[in-house]
Design a protein around this ligand. Structure first.
Ligand SMILES: [Zn+2]
Length: 150
């Protein structure tokens, strides 16, 4: 068997993320505690997070629609190692398809009992219903909300 290799590294840099037209509106709507999707005029899929073009039809999205606040947890990972910028582990990141959306949105899932990682994973594999829960002062960032079990 090949020996598994670990290669230490270090990233530490500042950057500015230019969100563009659709994502800028998506983030702005989070300040209003609304998760918005953009609709493709051809296939009618509601894309969340909102984007300017449909990735299936290559058509410019047109209408905006509020989605959620509940949805279905599609898949997840439980992070057990510390990572800069994220809460102390263990934490759960999940893809959730909010009601009314056709694509999934990734964010933290809070409020889970992670004392037994295996038991938590077994529960999440059943793809539970979750809902969006906002923090006290939304800033127009993805960190304005997390998912919690519905
Ligand atoms: Zn489309």
């Amino acid at each position: 068997m090949t020996e598994l290799v670990s290669i230490p590294g270090h990233w530490d840099f500042d950057y500015t993320y230019f969100a563009g037209e659709a994502a800028s509106r998506f983030f702005a709507e989070l300040r209003n505690t609304r998760v918005m999707g953009a609709t493709c005029p051809d296939c009618r899929r509601v894309l969340v997070p909102a984007r300017s073009f449909c990735d299936a039809c290559f058509q410019r999205t047109t209408d905006w629609v509020e989605v959620g606040p509940e949805g279905t947890l599609e898949t997840f990972t439980i992070i057990t190692a510390a990572f800069p910028g994220l809460p102390e582990p263990p934490i759960v990141m999940a893809y959730v398809t909010l009601d009314g959306a056709d694509t999934a949105l990734v964010n933290l899932v809070l409020g889970l009992d992670l004392s037994d990682i295996g038991a938590a994973a077994a529960g999440l594999q059943r793809q539970p219903r979750v809902r969006v829960q906002y923090g006290p002062e939304p800033q127009g960032r993805i960190t304005d909300f997390a998912f919690v079990l519905a």
